[in-house]
Design a protein around this ligand. Structure first.
Ligand SMILES: [Zn+2]
Length: 172
């Protein structure tokens, strides 16, 4: 279900919401307005000194068990590059450098029966010390793989598939 369809009442005044699929939500009584903008995420295509790229196996839904690149949602007030470094530290315990913007693609994130719109910002980064300390609540496994041998279809989300394809195009 789309997030805007979960509103049954105005969050500010409680007036019943008419069941229409309209964004933004605008309350006809108190004029409260809510835009349902996409959530922003940052993800990293991390390369070690051998040219291998880090892929994790997702430990939880959505896309449990599928391969993914490391990343996560950006907090309020945080810039994308800081969020990326934080997520990499939290999920796999790595410190990266040479963070460079690659591309951004929209995505959809299904969580507890709600499909949230997301905008994923992808970066490349390098890593010298590759000793991984995975957060096992998020990461079921990890692999350093030759990115040219990884098929886009093995990745969890369409946005990640497009990001890997973009990386291959720009690194031919
Ligand atoms: Zn209202």
């Amino acid at each position: 279900m789309k997030p805007n369809l979960t509103f049954k009442h105005c969050p500010q005044c409680g007036h019943p919401k008419t069941p229409e699929d309209k964004i933004p939500f605008e309350c006809e009584v108190c004029e409260y307005t809510y835009y349902f903008n996409p959530t922003i995420a940052a993800a990293g295509l991390i390369l070690n000194t051998k040219g291998q790229m880090l892929f994790i196996e997702r430990a939880k839904e959505p896309a449990k068990g599928k391969l993914a690149v490391v990343g996560g949602f950006i907090d309020n007030g945080e810039i994308a590059e800081d969020a990326l470094e934080r997520e990499i530290r939290e999920e796999v315990g790595l410190t990266v450098s040479n963070i460079q913007y690659l591309a951004c693609f929209p995505n959809q994130y299904n969580y507890k029966n709600i499909t949230y719109p997301v905008l994923d910002f992808f970066y490349t980064a390098t890593c010298e010390d590759t000793r991984i300390k995975p957060d096992q609540t998020e990461v079921a496994g990890y692999h350093w793989l030759d990115p040219w041998l990884v098929s886009e279809s093995d990745l969890a989300f369409p946005s990640m598939q497009k990001a890997l394809a973009r990386w291959k195009t720009t690194n031919k």
